[in-house]
Design a protein around this ligand. Structure first.
Ligand code: MG
Length: 348
């Protein structure tokens, strides 16, 4: 009997109705995209499944992305739904190598929402947009009756320019590439979780919610075309990004558990709650694939920035099969599969 015969089967995901897990950035959401959305909307641009799509308008190349935010609670240590709505969209442009320029905002408000809360959220959005250097260019507001929504949902669309950098794509990853992360993982997920009624626990962990534009641009300027791919590790965390990298590139990704930075407080919270810190959402962390000979230079430019001070080399890409293999702290190896879904619903 082969060791493969002992592998766990893929979870059975036959649902008649939408479940919370369909919004959680893992296998269930991928099924929704594969079986419902892509058959209706597919085209060569969307089929690339990148964080932002590159479009040519005349001689200009632009990047576009859209994202919706339903985080619960609205306010949490280190940020709120407003900072998420700006940084989440700006970051999806940045990780394609684009300079974010414009944002739109759509609000779905529940009757009864305190206007003070809305003011606070809008102020956060304004401040985050200023910090990221983006301008608001369109907006929309809808109100639903009390009980038919949950306080506020926000959708943001972002447009960026590729005039200055070379495009990054997870299809560019090659065997031999070094894999880096820009800092400690799991902060956002644990910071939000610690605020949930029934689960509240004391922690000093704050969300890492921030724009990664400067981090990406610094690496682009330092190593140019040796910077192959980048993604922000949001829902599904590092595990989801690495699986997307493996699927897109066909490479096998070999990761060292002991090299992956996780704060002790996040590690303790994960142990207590039975969560895997590598599958928890981040909102200001990137995973990078760079040519091996450029890895040290990329690490150095990340580490001089506050947001990248804990950056680390965590592994490398080799020739397929397309899977993620984690070398554990005990020296054993296990496959890091795409989780069914981020274990924490409404995390962003
Ligand atoms: Mg993303």
């Amino acid at each position: 009997m082969n060791i493969e015969d002992f592998a766990c089967p893929v979870p059975n995901l036959h649902y008649e109705r939408v479940q919370m897990v369909h919004g959680a950035g893992g296998l269930a959401m991928a099924q929704l995209i594969d079986h419902i959305f892509l058959p209706a909307f597919a085209n060569p641009d969307l089929d690339l499944r990148e964080d932002a799509t590159l479009l040519s308008i005349g001689a200009e190349q632009i990047a576009i992305t859209t994202d919706s935010f339903v985080v619960d609670p609205l306010f949490f240590p280190g940020g709120d739904i407003g900072t998420l709505a700006v940084n989440g969209t700006v970051n999806d442009l940045a990780v394609r190598g684009a300079k974010p320029l414009y944002l739109t905002a759509g609000f779905i408000l529940e009757e009864g929402l305190a206007l003070e809360d809305l003011k606070r959220i809008v102020a956060s959005m304004s401040q985050a947009a200023r910090a990221a250097g983006v301008k608001w260019v369109a907006g929309d507001t809808k109100v639903v009756p009390n009980g038919k929504g949950d306080k506020v949902f926000i959708n943001t669309t972002g447009i960026g320019s590729l005039a200055t950098g070379n495009a990054l794509s997870c299809h560019n990853i090659k065997p031999g590439d070094a894999l880096l992360v820009s800092g400690c993982l799991g902060d956002h997920g644990i910071a939000v979780l610690a605020q949930r009624p029934g689960l509240q626990f004391d922690t000093k962990i704050e969300s890492d919610c921030a724009s990664v534009v400067n981090l990406v641009q610094a690496v682009q300027q330092a190593i140019g075309p040796d910077f192959h791919a980048c993604r922000d590790a949001t829902r599904g965390g590092l595990t989801a990004v690495l699986n997307e990298f493996a699927q897109a590139s066909g490479c096998s990704l070999n990761i060292e558990e002991s090299a992956i930075p996780v704060r002790p407080a996040v590690r303790s919270a994960c142990e207590m709650l039975g969560l895997d810190p590598f599958s928890i959402a981040n909102e200001g962390k990137i995973v990078l694939a760079v040519a091996q000979e450029a890895a040290e230079k990329a690490l150095a430019v990340l580490r001089v920035q506050t947001l990248g001070s804990d950056a680390a080399l965590i592994g490398k890409a080799t020739t397929g099969p397309a899977e993620v293999i984690l070398k554990t702290a005990f020296g054993t190896h296990r496959i890091l599969d795409l989780p069914v879904g981020e274990p924490l619903p409404r995390i962003c």
